[in-house]
Design a protein around this ligand. Sequence first.
Ligand SMILES: NC(=O)c1ccc[n+]([C@@H]2O[C@H](COP(=O)([O-])OP(=O)(O)OC[C@H]3O[C@@H](n4cnc5c(N)ncnc54)[C@H](OP(=O)(O)O)[C@@H]3O)[C@@H](O)[C@H]2O)c1
Length: 242
Amino acid sequence: MKIKGSVALVTGANRGIGKAFAEELLERGATKVYAAARDAATITDPRLTPVALDVTDPAAVAAAAAEFADVAIVVNNAGIASGNLALSAPLDVARNELEVNYFGLIAMTQAFAPVVAANGGGAFVNMLSVVSWAAYPVAATYSASKAAAWSYTNAARQQLKTQGTEVVAVHVGPVDTDMQAGIDIAKTPPADVARSALGALEAGRPEAIVDELSRNVKSTLHDDLTLLYPALETQFAAYLAS
Ligand SMILES: NC(=O)c1ccc[n+]([C@@H]2O[C@H](COP(=O)([O-])OP(=O)(O)OC[C@H]3O[C@@H](n4cnc5c(N)ncnc54)[C@H](OP(=O)(O)O)[C@@H]3O)[C@@H](O)[C@H]2O)c1
């Protein structure tokens, strides 16, 4: 779909990838961008329309959908990540990740589906990850939340198609934001993620695979697990040794 002339809403728009999404939407000609954040005061760009929204509060999400009735594009970006091992991840941490990354995305999709439909069909852009496909042992419960969000995205895409709504799934490895602060690895700039995702939306593609890592991981998915998991196990062994 064309972004120029449309109205968009981005969750978690105060920093990181969400901020880059808001800026790229303006760059591509969106007439209004609702920049949603838990604390609306953290939205400082005067070109954006600040909105207070915690995606784990279903009543607030429903109220936002009722109030911002001109939205045609929703970017489900808000997310949290913990670095926990599968056998020791605290249950409350795992639940919190699901609350934001999975249930938050469901609440936003259900609340805004009729809104985007009423504005010409519209679209959802869902910020997923390479770990939606390949579980990283040092982020076990985060990976599970992103896999759940990917599965839900694929199901929602099929249903939303019947009302003329597009869904773009965005997959990327490490991105240079607070989420990866202090981790010394190659990282994609947030602006590249937003450009790739919104480029996919404008080209009518259901998926944006942003970086080489995600392309490589996806290319192994049609094969048996013996191709992918030995490499991850080698990385894990190096992590344990360090
Ligand atoms: N960075 C990466 O390597 C990477 C890779 C692949 C995918 N992703 C995904 O990309 C998205 C953005 O990540 P990021 O790297 O930009 O992370 P970030 O810099 O940590 O920013 C996370 C954003 O989500 C918001 N948020 C957290 N909980 C929320 C809630 N309950 N309701 C509303 N907003 C909430 C944060 O708001 P506050 O400022 O209020 O905390 C912040 O704006 C996430 O979904 C993440 O899983 C990130």
